[in-house]
Design a protein around this ligand. Sequence first.
Ligand SMILES: Cc1cc2nc3c(=O)[nH]c(=O)nc-3n(C[C@H](O)[C@H](O)[C@H](O)COP(=O)(O)OP(=O)(O)OC[C@H]3O[C@@H](n4cnc5c(N)ncnc54)[C@H](O)[C@@H]3O)c2cc1C
Length: 381
Amino acid sequence: MDFALSDEQRELVNSVRGFALGEIAPAQEQMDVDHQFPYALWSKWSELGMAGIMIPEEYGGSGLDSLSYVLAMEEVASVSQAFALIWQVHVLVANMYSQLGTDAQKREWLPKFASGSKLAAIALTEPGAGSDAGGMRTKGVRDGNGWIINGSKIFISNAGTDISDGMVVMAVTGEKPDGRKSISSFIMPQGTSGYELGQSFSKMAWHGMDNRELLFNDARISNDCLLGVEGEGLKQALTGLNLGRIVFGVLGCGLMRACLDEALSYAKARTQFGNPLSSFQLTQAKLANMAAHLEMARRFCHYVAWMHANDMPCHTEAAMLKLVGTRFAVQAATDAYQIHGGYGFMKEFKVNRLYREAQILEIGEGTSEVQQILIARALGC
Ligand SMILES: Cc1cc2nc3c(=O)[nH]c(=O)nc-3n(C[C@H](O)[C@H](O)[C@H](O)COP(=O)(O)OP(=O)(O)OC[C@H]3O[C@@H](n4cnc5c(N)ncnc54)[C@H](O)[C@@H]3O)c2cc1C
């Protein structure tokens, strides 16, 4: 087996690392202070072709595969989880358009997503339907040549910025013969009458990323806004979420890397009992676990991303990666915080942000329990 990265992949990692340290790191500090979406940073990032990283070249994208995307993502995630998430949602949705869109939908939306002039979002979660996506109540009803959408969504990322557009909204459009809800995906252009942005949330981390409630009161969209096959929306979204789950594993790696860097340098610099913390075996055990978990999760990320890039079924592997990569990350953040003693409690220390950021990794893109349910199902339970 050849585990070596190609020259192009190494070049990509190096250039993203340079950009992450030079541009994303200072923007992250600013986002922590002003909680504003980083428009200038997004624009520079898009100019490098990163907004359209996986969009086919014929639509203005860079046409790279999932593995290249994952490699670049670790560099971003080790510097800013918030910016990594903004990018992750955008790429996930653009990928749905590439996979499911009609020619006309792809021609209309993909060039805008590739240039970064429009920011993509996906609205699945509702106040009463989180893990149980099938419990959704937002309804789509046929009306002449179009659809009328009614309902509400919650926590939706990227939906309320000045450049948000083309959001994918999931709605119940009927009932299957076995009584289950039939769910479809729709494109919701910004400015659609009856579509309103609700309140944005004040979060414990990921500042600068827009998260809010969305309201649909007789929101009218045309027939051309149906994305993919009517009634297959949930299945299509869950297939698309494989990439999202892989990326959550990578977000975990980025976070672990930052935790290890912070904890190691702090442990070497801080002296107690006349010796640096790094000389104590109990501290070393924490650092060694972080390094081992990071390496394991990273290799598994590359493997599952390679499966995805080669169109191999990877539903269970993506769930395993999400489960393990994010659990390791939470452990790393807890240990890095512990190594900082009382200083970790202070927001002046970077580890404080890392600790807060870690807490959402086991929730977003399907909770750890949901991943366990999926894995157990694959085991025949
Ligand atoms: C910052 C942020 C950004 C988000 N962005 C988006 C977005 O862009 N688009 C979108 O659609 N959604 C988004 N979400 C929603 C996210 O996907 C959900 O929060 C997540 O799926 C969990 O749903 P919930 O919060 O309703 O928790 P619940 O489903 O209510 O779960 C609560 C707890 O119960 C557990 N639980 C639930 N069912 C079971 C079961 N059967 N067995 C065992 N345990 C169970 C869960 O694991 C969890 O621990 C975002 C959320 C956050 C916080």
